[in-house]
Design a protein. Structure first.
Length: 341
């Protein structure tokens, strides 16, 4: 039995939301919309930049031309930036995007905790401080964009055992913080190695919250058995997993343009569809929209490849008959499939 309010404990297969007969899968584009900072440096409350904010306009134009309605999961510095509010607010007003919340605790008030790696995962903070930061971000987004956010992502995927209850209490309906197939315990974060890829409802005393995991699949000749081997090798701290991928035995593929070539992403789409996923959840970070901010986009040529990646992936999704969706449609579908209480 799953404890109420805990994203970190997963339901049995019967509690997962899959495809019904004749139902087509959909895809969702989520953007971690955040400040520019050095990912290799220690966390800091100040010293970040917002130079990539104007690039949100081209990103939104691209997805509108493609018929995709992305959700921008905005954090505190983005909400405070007038340019970001204008770009995203205009897009939201004309129905071109959605606005959700992403919590980076080190830059979100109240600033009552030391800034360090452990505290960069919101779920590690005292519950009262977690709630205060979530409330501040929710209210700031509501005041800026005129609509309270209903979708949440924890920065660094940092969920805690109390997160679902807090989200439901604050009016959030959907979380997309679970990064299935990844283990962040080395940096004091959560362990998502065993997390399902299909969505599931998390019951709380304030109502249920839908978890829609970020999509990561394991491919290769070993099939699903390769997942266990991959995690065992990762635990041992070896680099054999790279050799396994080169040999085609097992590889972990996240649905992101950051570090994943388009041909591998298309292969991951096919694997996800074969496994009956109802929602393919793509993700990327907004600083990658400008060269020099992330390891994935260092030059203008890299930025061009970033958009060509989407060209190729969106073409493949269309070929497979997978259409874009949004949070409201995901929630509506999941509500029809909610288990009886």
């Amino acid at each position: 039995m799953q404890p109420a309010g805990n994203f970190l404990t997963h339901p049995a297969d019967a509690g997962l939301i899959g495809l019904e007969d004749g139902e087509r899968p959909r895809f969702w584009v989520t953007c971690d919309t955040e400040e520019d900072f050095d990912w290799s440096a220690p966390f800091a409350r100040t010293g970040y930049r917002l130079d990539s904010v104007p690039a949100l306009a081209e990103c939104q134009s691209y997805f509108e031309r493609a018929g995709v309605k992305p959700i921008y999961l905005v954090d505190w510095p983005i909400v405070e930036d007038d340019r970001a509010a204008a770009i995203l607010g205009d897009a939201q007003a004309r129905g071109g995007c959605e606005i959700g919340a992403q919590l980076h605790p080190w830059v979100t008030p109240p600033h009552d905790e030391p800034v360090n790696e452990r505290n960069s995962y919101t779920g590690n903070l005292p519950p009262a401080l977690q709630r205060a930061k979530m409330t501040a971000l929710r209210d700031a987004i509501r005041d800026r964009f005129g609509v309270a956010p209903t979708v949440y992502r924890a920065g660094r995927y940092g969920l805690g055992p109390e997160t679902a209850t807090m989200l439901a209490e604050l009016g959030f309906r959907c979380d997309t913080s679970v990064r299935a197939g990844f283990d962040y315990r080395g940096g004091h974060g959560p362990d998502y190695r065993a997390a399902p890829l299909k969505p599931w409802w998390v019951p709380t005393a304030h109502g249920a919250v839908l978890e829609v995991p970020v999509t990561t699949v394991f491919g290769g000749l070993m099939g699903l058995k390769g997942k266990r081997l991959y995690h065992r090798i990762t635990r041992d701290g070896t680099r054999i997993r790279a050799a396994l991928a080169r040999l085609g035995l097992v590889e972990r593929i996240a649905l992101t343009p950051e570090g994943i070539p388009a041909e591998r992403a298309c292969r991951a789409i096919d694997i996800a569809l074969d496994r009956g996923l109802p929602v393919l959840n793509f993700s990327f970070h907004s600083p990658s929209l400008q060269p020099g901010n992330t390891p994935y986009v260092r030059s203008d040529a890299d930025l061009d490849l970033f958009y060509r990646w989407w060209d190729n992936v969106l073409d493949h999704l269309a070929l497979r008959g997978v259409e874009a969706t949004d949070a409201a449609a995901i929630l509506a579908t999941a509500e029809r499939k909610a288990p009886a209480v």
